[in-house]
Design a protein around this ligand. Structure first.
Ligand code: UDP
Length: 473
């Protein structure tokens, strides 16, 4: 009987944007670092996309679903609060599973919504890590939160002054995260709690890499030496880019359509797992695409609300019955049938972005989408909607240089959209961006190859786990 492998548990909060990178991480730990993994997936019982993804996976990862049909699913409760309630309800299940399973997991890896469980991991004699499927810049907000006083936060929220993060780029008010648009004591208390819990972790893994964010990573790694001593020394492990490669043999209408298009001729449009637009914005986007005369694949959802940024789509709250013909401009589908494809609700994004015919991506800048675009050398138009997406858009346009700055505020008109799309796809003006994204793709590949910076970072985490096991939990 072979010796059982060192066992690591991962706990992921609800949402495809969380599940996808956690599955990749679990896979990588198994395939490259000789570990055995159990992934606890906290989920509602209505997420069919999540189920499909889990079913597709190989058996390399042991998946333990934790289903909820609790009152916290009330659609009037904000998404973030629902996620938190589900996480809190999951901890007893995770604890009893871990206590009973053989071999005992030696480490627990949680996400930003699961930092409370770090203490539980330590009680159980395990290492506790946090995996942030986000940029290091976003992580720096939490990391340095204990050094930000009320005056600084008020100046940001009320006087719209930039938030200065030691050693990192400042966050302009117009690019800030939703939570910091107002200065509310309860929000600050919550952020302080998360910052405290991050400070207890044995390490923080981030889906980024050394060459993508050298300055921010340096600041984070040196943070322990800050003179005010409020920041704990927690090792930061950049382990990315961690992106879904896509199923090589997936059959789908979109992919066969893409097979029939010339190389690098198509722009993909999608707003993540939850993004929706209002009716007026859908109309403008449709016209903008048509006017640009570029080939496109558009993953489209029915209009939601009147807010230009739409609303977070959730299976529980929205009807999926409406077909695109009912809400797209009259004749749009007919006029664009030779050059475009509209995919209702959900498309195989990883497979689309890696397709040879795709050159550009209009994206809401969710971090997974941003990473998937970069690892495939696909240039972007940024269209941030919520959460930390405006920060991601700034990074992609101003620091990394792989995107055209798209939507900032409000409803965007067709002429502007046409211009952005043409810039990223064909105009001379976009050439630098198109070249830069290919270079970034190469740098990401190098980072995760054996001996690369991210590979070594994750190997370090794995060796801590093997060591903990040798010491006995
Ligand atoms: N995704 C997909 N098909 C879709 C929409 C999204 O496969 O139609 C995947 C996408 O590839 C990415 C994830 O869902 O891996 C979305 O994560 P991201 O961080 O970009 O945004 P979020 O959904 O968290 O806002």
């Amino acid at each position: 009987v072979p010796e059982p492998k060192t066992h690591v548990a991962l706990l992921v909060s609800p949402g495809m944007g969380h599940l996808i990178p956690f599955l990749e991480l679990a896979d990588r730990l198994v395939l490259h670092h000789n570990l055995q993994t159990t992934l606890f997936v906290v989920n509602t019982d209505s997420s069919s996309a999540a189920d499909a993804l889990l079913l597709q996976k190989s058996s390399a990862v042991n998946i333990v679903p934790i289903r909820h049909s609790s009152p916290s699913l009330d659609p009037t409760v904000p998404v973030v609060d629902r996620i938190k309630a589900m996480m809190t309800a999951s901890y007893p299940h995770v604890r009893s599973y871990i206590a009973a399973v053989e071999p005992r997991p030696v480490a627990l890896i949680v996400d930003l919504f699961g930092t409370e469980a770090i203490a539980m991991a330590h009680e159980l004699g395990m290492l506790g890590f946090v995996f942030m499927p986000t940029s290091a810049w976003f992580l720096s907000l939490f990391f340095f939160f204990p050094c930000m006083d009320k005056q600084m936060l008020d100046a940001h929220a009320y006087n719209h002054e930039p938030l200065r993060i030691p050693g990192c780029s400042s966050v302009r008010f117009e690019d800030t995260i939703d939570a910091l648009e107002v200065s509310l004591e309860e929000v600050h208390e919550e952020l302080r709690r998360v910052a405290r819990e991050l400070g207890m972790a044995d390490g923080i893994l981030a889906n980024t890499w050394q060459d993508l964010e050298p300055t921010t990573l340096k600041a984070l790694n040196e943070a322990g030496t800050l003179s005010n001593g409020k920041v704990n020394k927690v090792p930061i492990y950049p382990i990315g880019p961690l992106a879904r490669r896509g199923e090589p043999n997936l059959e789908s209408e979109v992919l066969s359509w893409l097979d029939r298009q010339p190389d690098e001729s198509v722009i993909h449009i999608s707003f993540g797992s939850g993004g929706t637009l209002c009716a007026e914005q859908i109309t403008e986007l449709a016209w903008g695409l048509e006017l640009s005369q570029q080939r496109f694949v558009w993953v489209i959802r029915p209009p939601a609300g009147t807010d230009p940024m739409g609303a977070f789509f959730t299976v529980e709250t929205e009807s999926t019955e409406k077909t695109p013909t009912e809400y797209l401009p009259e004749g749009f589908l007919k006029r664009t049938e030779e050059v475009g494809l509209v995919v209702p609700m959900w498309g195989p994004q990883a497979e689309i972005l890696r397709h040879r015919s795709v050159r550009g991506f209009v994206t809401h800048c969710g971090w997974n989408s941003s990473i998937e675009s970069m690892v495939n050398g696909v240039a972007m138009v940024t269209w941030p909607l919520y959460a930390e997406q405006k920060m991601n858009a700034v990074m992609l346009t101003e620091e990394v240089g792989v995107a055209v700055r798209g939507r900032a505020e409000g409803v965007v008109g067709r002429a502007e959209i046409e211009r952005w799309v043409r810039r990223i796809m064909v105009d001379e003006e976009g050439r630098g961006i198109r070249e830069r994204v290919k270079a970034v793709k190469n740098s990401g590949e190098k980072a995760v190859c054996k001996g690369g910076s991210s590979y070594n970072s994750l190997a370090h985490v794995a060796s801590e786990c093997h060591r903990r096991r040798a010491e006995g939990v």
